[in-house]
Structures are given as structure tokens and as C-alpha cells.
Design a protein around this ligand. Sequence first.
Ligand SMILES: Cc1ncc(C[n+]2csc(CCOP(=O)(O)OP(=O)(O)O)c2C)c(N)n1
Ligand SMILES: [Mg+2]
Length: 283
Amino acid sequence: MNALDDYKGQEPAWCPGCGNYAILQALKGALAGLGIKPHGVTIVSGIGQAAKLPHYMKCNTFNGLHGRALPPATGIRLANHEMPVIVVSGDGDCYGEGGNHLIHAIRRNIDVTLLVHDNQIYGLTKGQASPTTTQGVITKTQPFGANASELNPISLAIGLDCSFVARGYAADTVFLKSIMKDAINHKGFALVDILQPCVTFNKLNTYKWYTERVYRLDDSYNPYDRVGAFKLAVELSDKIPTGIIYINDKPAFEERISILKEVPLVRQGFSLKNALKELDKFF
Ligand SMILES: Cc1ncc(C[n+]2csc(CCOP(=O)(O)OP(=O)(O)O)c2C)c(N)n1
Ligand SMILES: [Mg+2]
């Protein structure tokens, strides 16, 4: 069993009280609990406060462009599909700038785990509205209130028939850790939208606000029922369900590529002669 300290990276520079600390702790706990060693996992991110998480971990990491974590994660996974790949993103990074990549990664069903720190605000750039900011909320750049209606990532993912869709809450760290373990173990694309209080820039969705609304789905809930999951996702109520909301066990992208059936690309031999022969066919 690994100790949480095995994954310890640089000292986090997040604000005191930020929900990101609990998410970092849950992720270390999930990896340790699954027996995944630091050298046996890759964490990929883009730009934002959430996207700094790989700096605070010791493992293989790739920190790319804003909204662009999923393309390198796809490449890493295709090069070595024996290594778990985790993408860490923010609500702006993933649902805004990276929205197009998200849609197509879900469609491909690439076997990566996507953790979205959803603080319903752009944190790094100091408090502009993100795609999940509640309509009407006043921000620095929208003094008359966020104009557009908020995006519902859970119903979007179920609509795209995403293979695994879950919601966690940073302050319910024990449950979040168990959701992360299930998401990492799942074969296929797994989205975990994590409600993350931003103590500095989001004065609406506070710890108190979430704690009054969040509840855990229990064993009587069936995540394999797509219509039921969709209903749960779009139902407007004062209560916010957390847990695994939807599962569709279907073949992952890697399983549908014949050349990946035997060994990962990284362990397949490369012959320049054969490559040049194949290239010749184009001329
Ligand atoms: C192409 C591009 N557009 C805009 C920015 C500026 N920018 C950096 S982070 C960010 C928003 C991050 O918000 P989110 O993903 O929600 O992460 P948080 O900081 O809230 O964790 C923006 C707009 C950028 N770096 N690159
Ligand atoms: Mg954010």
C-alpha cells in the first residue's frame, strides 16, 4: 500500500480554505487505495487553479494549454494504454475553452478519467463567469449578472451517452475518493464533475450553500438506466445528488483499435524500413 506522501509534490499555492485541497487529498487517497504507484499514472491538465494540481503531485505529469488537456491525454493513452491517465480540469478550462474536445473525447470513449473542479467561476483570472456560473450572478466582468444560462455538465454527458458520469463534492472527501476509485477503474471515458467551493471569488456557492443541498445517491439508485439518469440530471430541485449518475459499459476507443489489442504502442518495435515502405504508397 502506498502512503499519501508518496505522491507529494510542490506546496500548493491555492487560497486557504479552497476546495481544491480536499480534491487533491481525495485523489492521492484514491491512487494509494488502488495500489497505483506514482510512476504508474499520468496526470494531464490545461490552465487554471484546478489545472495546477499536477504540480502538487509526484507522478508523471503533462501541463498543456488552456482547454487542451484532453488531446495530449488521448495521445498518452494511445501510446501506453496500460497506464491510467487522469485529466484534471476546471469548469472554464473543460466546459468553456475545451468544450469541443470534451464532446469528442466522450464520443470516442477514450479510457481516461476526467476530474473537473467545478467552482462555477474562473478562479485563476480572478472571478469572471464560467459556463457553469448561475445565470444572473454578478461577476467583475458581468456587473448586470451572468447573461447566458448555465451549462449542466451531467445532462450534457448523459446526452452524449458518456460511459461513466458522476458528481462529487469536495467537502465530502470520503465519498469523493470512492467515486474517483470507481471512475479510475471504469473502462472507458469517465467524467467526475466535482463541486468545489471557491472561497475568494464565488460568494454564492459556498460550503454552507452546497452542504445544505448536496446528498449521496444510495444503492437503490440504478446508474444503468439512461432515462432515469437524465431525469435526475435535469430535475430542478433544491437538492443536488452526488455519486455515480450514469454508466454505459461499452468498448473503449483503445479496445476498438486492432493494433493496440496485443501490446501498447510504446512496447511495439519500430522499423524505419517498413515505415518508409508504407509512406512510398502515397507517392
Ligand atoms: C487561450 C486562453 N484563453 C484564456 C486564458 C486565460 N485564462 C487562464 S485560466 C482561465 C480560466 C480558468 O478557469 P477554470 O478552468 O474554471 O479554472 P479555475 O481557475 O477556476 O480552477 C482563463 C480564462 C488563457 N490562459 N488561454
Ligand atoms: Mg473554475
